[in-house]
Design a protein around this ligand. Structure first.
Ligand code: ADP
Length: 940
């Protein structure tokens, strides 16, 4: 903003110009400047005021920055510009007055810079100038274009103090003033005088009237008046005579009275003395300031000298601006070559990345500590720890100081320490593993190059051998396997296991060997191991106790097997021994019934038969369950019609049910006509359920049901069911019913007889047939017992209609009367029973009391059929059959076993010895007749 002190004297004058606007630089003491209060004063203020008064022109004097002053003229806002140098470029813009003062213009530099002595030495420097200053033109015309403009001298010097510029251009007169004011005289010095300028007043080009007015007006100011002004502002009259030739001035002075001269002289002296005092004081201050700066610099230098670290100054991009290093050998490159380079171009990638991160972090947060970089310097690996700090200061560009501390030694010490720690740990671990090795519960031997390298305590405990006993492995082989043959075998099997392991990861599969210990005892061991480096770890697992237990178990099993065999033999014997008398009882009952008897006798005979059959059923059940439990029951696989099974069971229980007034129904309508399986066992299972139903039902009904649950091309799952309305069973009792010998009521006072085997047999048979058995029942609500069986589907040729017993006996009588039959039987009673049974058939029966006699008889007689007992003195039935078969005449004679050895195995053995069929004792007469009829008619 322009300041317009009211200088005008309002006295209009004839003529065109009544007011004048003068503009000039506010920065040019003592010509024109602003004082501490900001008010404009100076030589020109007084001069122009005098001019205005003299010329009766209203005057405005604007003091502003120099560039603005020139713009005001260009815009026409002001009429006259003062303190202007005449330059070629300005010729076209202004008309100039005559010069009225000489002003030296100089180049100033920072005291740290030397060698600046002429315009040409300025090349490459940034040079500070004031906006609009004539020196700009002068410098440019000398080819210096790197100029940095500032608004005024104050800003310019401040920038120089901030080190923004180190070289600048100033008019000398105000320069001293401003440098002094900024207390910066010591920091800068005048390098050389650029040129000498001359002050003019000027008007816009062509405005010659105004120029003339100004110049004429200036002439109205007397030399004396001007001298007074000069004295006031410059302290002494200078260089005026050169331009203003007031010839009488000197003369006038000379002619003045001596006292005036004296007075003036005294005044001058006073002024000089005052000035000198001020100057001395200023000089002392200056010296003190200079000394302080010097001390500070020396102190800083000493401090830096004392720091062993490297100090770098970077800009934000990581460019080296300054480097300080006491030990230049630690620098990655020479100090001079670093300046101006980017860290990325100097350090390896990772290190420069760390530096850049530190710079970035310091710029963002003020500081960054603790990053470590690794460099190779002079062929040696070194580590540096970085501390980065944002540099405080007035520079608009961000700078970061990075202190780089060589921590190589610390690092190396740390590493050595770590190494020592690791070694200690390793040693400790080694001790630990040695302890583990020694204490391992498995015997271990580590061998290398045929030498037993180490063995553990367990090894010593187990075998008694110590390291010295088997130092050489050959020693081990000899002592552990003293028998040469066994040793040979052990060594060859072991070697091939090791060879195998070498090609499959090194693990040797355990092998079992018997090792001889130092005390001569032997132990069973599993020996395995692992190839380990150039050695081998063998592990020995003692399985002696295991083998002993195994042996004990085997003995126990053998004993159990023997007991089982004994039991089976006992059962077979018992069966045989019971069946033999039963044969007599039932046989005689049968034949007796055929004789004329009293009704009472017929009834008693019937009871004898019932009791006999009951007893037989019990024996059969006991034999069945023991066979099933021994896994010896073999199922038949033949075609049968399931309906006949149900019908058969129905027929068997019909009388009993009727006797109790029970309603009996049957339903099997969705069963296939033909199935394959074991019809005898199915019948047995169903009969067990059905007879229980009759036994435990007092009133109501019984239903026999059979249905197909699922079926495919080859098989069907068939369910058989017996429902009754009997006493029912409580849930708690149902679980155990299918266990052998279990009954709901096991008390001695129970109402119902039975052995508790029926359900157990039924369920086991069902399971053997791929099904199961179960019950649904509640006390008082009756029971439904069921079982399922998986049976084959497919038509096998069904056997032709069987002859019934009666028809068979008749058939024999008609077709085979007189045929010769040999009965081989040792037991006299059973001989008699058989003869009686066969009595009505018309067959001619010879009897042989043992196998040997039978063979003798058969040797010279053609028999149509032989009935053969199994167990006989002298020679049993199997042996006799085999011998008879060697006789040419009996190669095809039907031989039928008739024996109390009623087991399946017995049947098999008979067939294997050469017999054709089998009838068990007690003999069922009907079965005997149908069998005889079939074989007598058989083509042979
Ligand atoms: P037993 O009939 O010879 O005792 P079972 O194994 O056939 O042997 O039967 C075991 C027990 O199951 C019988 O003693 C009886 O308590 C019970 N039980 C079997 N069937 C029925 C039924 N239909 N109603 C009620 N209880 C039954």
């Amino acid at each position: 903003m322009a300041v317009s002190p009211s200088l005008a004297v309002a006295a209009p004058r004839s003529g065109p110009v009544t007011s004048l606007h003068v503009v000039s630089d506010e920065n040019y003491p003592p010509y024109l400047f602003r004082n501490a209060e900001g008010q404009v004063e100076g030589y020109l203020v007084d001069l122009w005021q005098l001019w205005a008064t003299r010329n009766h022109v209203k005057l405005t004097l604007t003091a502003t920055n120099w560039a603005e002053a020139q713009k005001m003229i260009a815009r026409g806002d002001a009429d006259v510009i003062d303190m202007i140098y005449r330059t070629p470029a300005r010729e076209s813009l202004y008309d100039f007055s005559a010069p009225y003062a000489d002003l030296p213009v100089a180049i100033y530099t920072d005291t740290s810079i030397g060698g600046i002595s002429g315009v040409t030495t300025l090349k490459g420097f940034q040079i500070g100038v004031q906006d609009g200053d004539a020196c700009i033109e002068r410098l440019q015309s000398n080819g210096i274009a790197t100029l940095q403009n500032y608004r005024n001298y104050t800003d310019l010097i401040a920038a120089a103090q901030r080190q923004e510029i180190k070289v600048f251009c100033l008019d000398e007169v105000p320069a001293n003033f401003y440098l002094y004011k900024a207390k910066a005289q010591g920091d800068f010095r005048k390098a050389f005088e650029l040129y000498k300028g001359q002050f003019h007043r000027a008007v816009r080009k062509g405005n010659l009237d105004t120029l003339r007015l100004v110049e004429e007006g200036m002439k109205s100011i007397t030399t004396k008046e001007e001298a007074a002004l000069r004295k006031k502002w410059f302290g002494a009259p200078v260089d005026l005579g050169e331009y203003r030739a007031y010839a009488g001035w000197g003369l006038l002075g000379l002619l003045s009275v001596g006292s005036l001269l004296l007075l003036w002289n005294m005044t001058l002296r006073r002024q000089v003395s005052a000035k000198t005092t001020t100057l001395k004081q200023t000089l002392a201050e200056l010296k003190a300031a200079h000394q302080a700066v010097k001390d500070a610099k020396e102190s800083l230098a000493a401090t830096l000298q004392a720091i062993p670290d490297l100090l770098f100054e970077f800009d934000a991009e990581g460019r080296y601006l300054d480097v300080f290093a006491n030990q230049e050998t630690l620098l990655a490159a020479s100090k001079a070559s670093l300046i101006g380079k980017n860290v990325g171009a100097v350090l390896p990638a990772e290190a420069s990345r760390q530096v850049l991160v530190a710079i970035e972090h310091a710029l963002a947060t003020g500081s960054d500590y603790g990053r470590v970089i690794e460099l190779e310097i002079g062929g040696q690996r070194r580590w540096f720890e970085l501390s980065a700090t944002r540099k405080a200061g007035t520079s608009p560009e961000a700078r970061v100081l990075v202190l780089s501390r060589d921590i190589t030694q610390r690092r190396e010490t740390e590493q050595a320490l770590q190494q020592a720690r690791d070694d200690a740990l390793l040693a400790e671990r080694d001790r630990h593993f040695r302890a583990l090795f020694t204490a391992a519960p498995v015997a271990v031997l580590y061998t290398r190059a045929n030498v037993a390298d180490s063995i553990n305590q367990r090894f010593i405990d187990l075998f008694g051998y110590r390291e010295e006993d088997i130092a050489n492995l050959d020693e081990w082989w000899l002592r552990a396997y003293p028998d040469p043959g066994y040793r040979q075998w052990v060594m060859s099997t072991w070697q091939s296991a090791v060879d195998r392991a070498a090609s499959t990861g090194g693990k040797v599969q355990s092998l079992e060997y018997r090792v001889t210990c130092k005390d001569g005892t032997t132990r069973d061991l599993l020996i395995g191991g692992q190839i380990f480096g150039d050695g081998f770890i063998a592990t020995f697992t003692d399985i002696t106790p295991l083998r002993e237990t195994e042996a004990a178990l085997k003995d126990a099993k053998d004993a159990a097997d023997a007991a089982n065999i004994a039991k089976s033999e006992f059962l077979a014997n018992m069966s045989h021994e019971i069946r033999t008398p039963m044969n007599a009882i039932l046989g005689y009952a049968y034949t007796l019934k055929r004789t004329p008897l009293q009704p009472e006798q017929i009834g008693r005979l019937g009871k004898i038969e019932d009791a006999g059959r009951h007893l037989l059923a019990i024996i059969n059940d006991i034999l069945d369950i023991s066979k099933i439990e021994a896994g010896k029951l073999v199922l038949e696989h033949t075609s049968f019609q399931p309906g006949t099974i149900i019908d058969y069971v129905h027929a068997l229980i019909a009388d009993g049910a009727e006797a109790k007034g029970l309603h009996l129904t049957v339903d099997y309508h969705d069963l296939p006509d033909t199935l394959q399986g074991d019809p005898t066992r199915l019948r047995q299972a169903l009969l067990n359920l059905a007879s229980n139903a009759v036994k435990f039902t007092e009133a109501g009904s019984i239903a026999l049901l059979a249905s197909t649950l699922e079926s495919d091309d080859s098989s069907a799952l068939v369910r058989f069911e017996v429902r009754d309305t009997g006493i029912g069973i409580a849930p708690a009792s149902q679980r155990d019913l299918f266990q052998p010998f279990k009954q709901v009521d096991a008390s001695t006072t129970r109402r119902y007889g039975g052995t508790g085997l029926g359900l157990a047999i039924t369920q086991r048979l069902a399971r053997l047939m791929g099904g199961d058995a179960g019950v649904v029942s509640a006390p008082g609500a009756g029971s439904t017992f069921w079982f399922t069986a998986r049976l084959g589907i497919g038509e096998l040729p069904a056997p032709g209609p069987a002859l019934t017993g009666a028809t068979a006996e008749e058939n024999i009588r008609h077709l085979h009367a007189g045929a010769r039959v040999l009965l081989v039987e040792d037991d006299l009673v059973n001989q008699e029973v058989a003869l009686e049974l066969l009595g009505d058939t018309g067959l001619q029966v010879d009897v042989a009391a043992n196998g040997r006699l039978a063979v003798d008889r058969a040797a010279d007689t053609d028999y149509a059929l032989i009935l053969m007992d199994m167990q006989m003195p002298e020679m049993g039935g199997l042996e006799a059959t085999a011998l008879i078969r060697t006789l040419p005449r009996h190669r095809a004679t039907p031989i039928i076993a008739m024996t109390a050895n009623a087991f399946d195995e017995d049947r098999q053995r008979c067939l294997q010895s050469g017999m054709n069929d089998f009838v068990a004792k007690p003999v069922d007469p009907d079965l005997l007749f149908t069998t005889l009829a079939r074989w007598l008619s058989a083509p042979g």
